[in-house]
Ligand binder design. Sequence first.
Ligand code: BGC
Length: 771
Amino acid sequence: MNINRFILLAAAVMAASCSGTSSVRSAIPVDNDIESKVEKVLRGMTLEEKVGQMTQLNATVIADGTNITPKGDSLLRNHKVGSVLNAPGDGAQTPEDYCKFISELNAISIEASGIPTLYGLDHIHGTSYVAGGILFPQEVNIAATFNREHAYNMGKVTAYESRAADVPWTFSPTMDLGRNPEWPRMWESFGEDTYVNAQMAVAEVKGMQGDDPNHVGPFNIAACAKHFMGYGVPVTGQDRTPSSIVASELREKHFEPFKEALQAGALSLMVNSSSNNGVPFHCNTELLTKWVKEDLNWDGMIVTDWADINNLYTRERVASSKKEAVKMAINAGIDMSMVPYDCSFSTDLIELVNDGQVSMDRIDDAVRRILRLKFRLGLFDQPDTKLEDYPEFGGEAHAKLAYDAAVESMVLLKNNGILPLRSNLRILLTGPNANSMRTLNGGWSYTWQGHGASKPEFTDKFNTIYEALQTRFSNITYVPGVEYDLNSTKWKFDQDTGIKAAVKAARKSDVIIACIGENSYCETPGNDVDLNLSANQKKLVKALEDTGRPIILILNEGRPRIINDIVGHASAIVDVMLPGNYGGDALAALLSGEENFSGKLPFTYPKYTNKFAVYDYKPAENQTTMAGSYNYNAVMDVQWPFGHGLSYTQFEYSNMTVSHDSFKADDVIKVTVDVKNVGEVTGKESVLLFSTDLYATLTPDVRRLRAFEKVELAPGQIKTVEMEVTAKDLAFVNYYGKWTLEEGEFFLSVGNLEHKLTCTETVVWEEPNID
Ligand code: BGC
């Protein structure tokens, strides 16, 4: 490091520390009426009732299907349980059954403690646990649209349809950065980038909660930002294993989406099950209490993930008993424990308070946050909602929004001109993903592992790829060649059920559409140690290659499977990821040319299993050979970069203007660029604005996404796209964990255009960066 710069920086750090932190407004405005109601209820509560509010049980503990059992009834009453989660029974239930079940639960809760329950479900891409509800594409697809409207719509529809089933709370959005494709939950997030995760999460939270987080109302629900934080970068790539994120990156990249979502009003937060640099998140006082509750002045509620207080003892081994784990987590700032199978948490916590190891103040703070959430949701006035008040549930208007999102989410990775496909061609449709609703939806679809989507009662009315293609192409032969067991949770299994037959059929066709990828999975069962496309699927594609017929590869997968040895031969490749129930229809419309592609990759598609990468890598990761005798080079070699995605038309960028050639820390930089559709058909283009900091005291990222806007253009049409970047957006977090904007040169780039500008002051400040 240049020593003069270091001294300057150190001086600036001290100056910032001396001036203290900036004043912090409340992330959610304080509502005095709600606060006095909370205090009134709290004053009348016993310790047992308070701890009961902090307890969350799984539905299967208290009910058989949607019938509350006598044992469940007495657990709820004796322990005054404050919250219940999950689909009762085996996956999705009807909205009618939920309404009956949750209203009975509420009646018991209110009788036992005067407080309604808080029911939560994992509605992470629509109403995944309510039969007949609308399923959107998964979050990774929503990110690929680079269109905030789809995140908003998904949030709004999910809220409305959850309330139709009397459910006021959902564990979504997920805003872990999907930066390690081995991680089996990559598809649950908005991809690898901080800004995309933040923007999409904020839009989804607004869609779910509406505009006033203090009065959420009967058509909205409470969001739960999860999993706080760094969950997407486990060192081993396996679910719920440790990460080792350095302090600067933790704050700059992983915290930002959470900060934005909480400041936008997200009413609850779920914690990452694992640990970072040895400290499990569930007992990290600095992160839970200081960063979230104090620094952001956020008065929402923090819930654990599944059994994660106990896991401090059994898995993480930072506590030497169950009871010590409870003490650590509650003292660190956890408000509600997703226990989820028994009430020993309550017994332990009561003892800890009586022994003086957990203070009554901490309990009161937790309970205030829970009661506040219940008041904000209006549950005290109207504990239950009724299906008949939700006529749009599962209806056409909602379905159209899910379809539109699916269309905009599919990414055309390669096209030698074969697409759009002529309708009179003889098509061989093959591959294990060609005729399955399960693989289109992925995990968290009717059941946890997603196999519920194979049940006709849930998905019969939707079109698989095969069914959808038949509506547009008349000459299709379907021979799967390789198949999964679609009713089993053994998702890794596939078998050759007729590769030879597929090859034979290919010889009689003009074009092959091979639908390959993954079967559905979720969380730890989705762990995998080899990201190569399965051996059988590769064998199928290779055998088809030998026929000499053009091949179109359709990738239907939650994370990028390595396919570099079949990319070259393919005439076209489309990554549909996990597009949901309308994915088959969307793909058919795109392949036929009725719709145009506009999705872009929200992650870097790797080329090799030993070389994963993200787009915001460091300069040293991509270096030409150094002068002299040693070959110190580094090569960034990926299959497709972040932001890649083709269209049936082309766009030309020109006239980039930037309001500043030099700027200071408080400036807002305005960028405009003309985008022209120079092709023959209408298309949508996501305009991505990147910044590059040329030199910095911490080795800078090569690029960072700072803004995006999506525009639709008819052939020949030009639109001027305006975007803004605040100077502070160009800052990074330094080695000491402080936000730092440094003097020096930057580039802003859009498409193939770039503009150099100079920052003329160095400023260092503390989190939170709240205006
Ligand atoms: C998952 C969470 C989910 C919770 C409740 C956990 O296993 O990690 O994402 O919200 O279960 O179902």
